[in-house]
Design a protein around this ligand. Sequence first.
Ligand SMILES: Nc1ncnc2c1ncn2[C@@H]1O[C@H](COP(=O)(O)OP(=O)(O)OP(=O)(O)O)[C@@H](O)[C@H]1O
Ligand SMILES: [Mg+2]
Length: 527
Amino acid sequence: MTHPIIPSRHPADGGVGVRVPSAIRLPVNEHHDLPAPPALAARRRRVRFDPRQVGWRIGTAHEPRGGELWCPWDRTAGVIGPQGSGKTLDLLTPALLGAPGAALVTLTKLDDLLLTLQERQRDGRPCVVLDPFGLAPGVTDLTWDPIEGCVDPHVAERRAKAFTAGTVKASAQSGSGDAAARFYAAEAAKVLQCYFHAAALVGDTLDAVLHWVAKPLSSPRPAEILTEHPHAAPFWAGLLQGALHGDDRTAGNTITTVQQALALFFQPDIRRRCVPGPGRPAVDVAAIIRRNGTFYLLGREDPYASASPLMTAVAEHILDTALQLASASPYGRLCPPMLSCLDEMPSTAPLPTLITRMANERALGLSFIWAAQTRRQLDTIFGEQQARALFGLTNVLILFGGSKDVAFNKEVSDLAGPVRVARTSWNLGQHGGRTASGEDIPIITADEVRQIPARQALVVAENAKPLIARLTRSIDGKPGRALLAQQRAARDAISVNRATQSDAQSRTAEAHAEARRRNLNQPRSTP
Ligand SMILES: Nc1ncnc2c1ncn2[C@@H]1O[C@H](COP(=O)(O)OP(=O)(O)OP(=O)(O)O)[C@@H](O)[C@H]1O
Ligand SMILES: [Mg+2]
């Protein structure tokens, strides 16, 4: 058997569901009265099929009734459901806990991180956390140098585009429109790729890039490097000149977008936590993937300080590294596969390459599950066409009820398709009789999509018929209680670490004392 999700005709209604047999059985011994020879019995036991080795458990088929539903690692999955519907606890957490290989997790809630951290650390597997806002003091930081590797113009370009892609949502929210936001993201990427490349060519650090970003129009150095350095990508000096010195309005918006893309790094605390420094080397991404470790990218829903640009760039770097490892692997793929669990994708890491990666890389051992609260968020981030493509390329769509988006509910109803039902009518009277006809009605109406009960979801998987699945919440039962206990312990440890951080009052007092020492607290007389 090559594909663990198999269509199976369900006896109850003749519908086709998606289920996995709990075991693959060997051909049955025809002499039922004879016990199986010991060697055969041992072989039977050996080849019992464990679906956990090839996929993650979605739940059980509820409507129509059926067996367990599993999603293979080489199939991509997308989850849409409103706040609190169970995307994280019912689907992404079980998938993450079941992932045998490395994992990349984006999220915005500390509790979601603490729920799985200990379990993912089991057997000495490494876990690193990109925590720009310092929400989880005491965990191992993911430190990363954005300049590293940018001597290669391809790397510089990809990295710049990843940083600026993360600005699209913030710009769209501030009212500048999705299309305009994407235009300025592309312009800003030209500037950033030139800066990253120039800094890498002369061994400058991120600090130098931040100097240029703070005052792009009065920083001639990057253009000089790109013009004079023999290893500089040709024509990039012109690219930089064009992006920064167009008409005033366009150039002004481009510069603002560049600054937005690196805004997090202008906070000294954030820079210290995320960027390598003395005694804090950059993490070895490839080594963590090889050891089946976990990268958590912990953002925050914050319109003032979005972590999206940084998280998108780090996620792209991790996925590019995984792809290199997959190509170099003797199996021609990552083995075991690496799971990208992109929770709250629109606000965490809206990867510009996601659609291409989902199309090409799932067969190389890179598995993807994304989650969003609404379809509209995807349109905002990727544009309507790309969002549609993302939908189309996702093998298994899992949709929760509760959405107030009437157009989306209708779209889901259309996606589920119609079913033909027989109608019989009786005519009374002298020439009466019975007429039979067929009628197509929606399998699930838009209103029924909204009314899907909690802990259930509509699953539309590849070419199988749609079905309603009953889900298992990861905090339920004995295993759930164990997870919650680990979460509590991790939260307590973090509170202790947080208590040791200096608070705002003491920092203010230190700053005032320093100001007095340097005589900065007195207004200077102007000459
Ligand atoms: N520790 C807990 N104990 C009991 N219930 C919880 C706990 N944590 C979360 N829940 C509940 O479980 C439900 C599902 O939560 P979950 O975090 O999976 O939702 P979600 O769809 O991921 O929401 P969001 O989009 O806000 O992340 C929510 O209604 C929430 O109130
Ligand atoms: Mg969630």
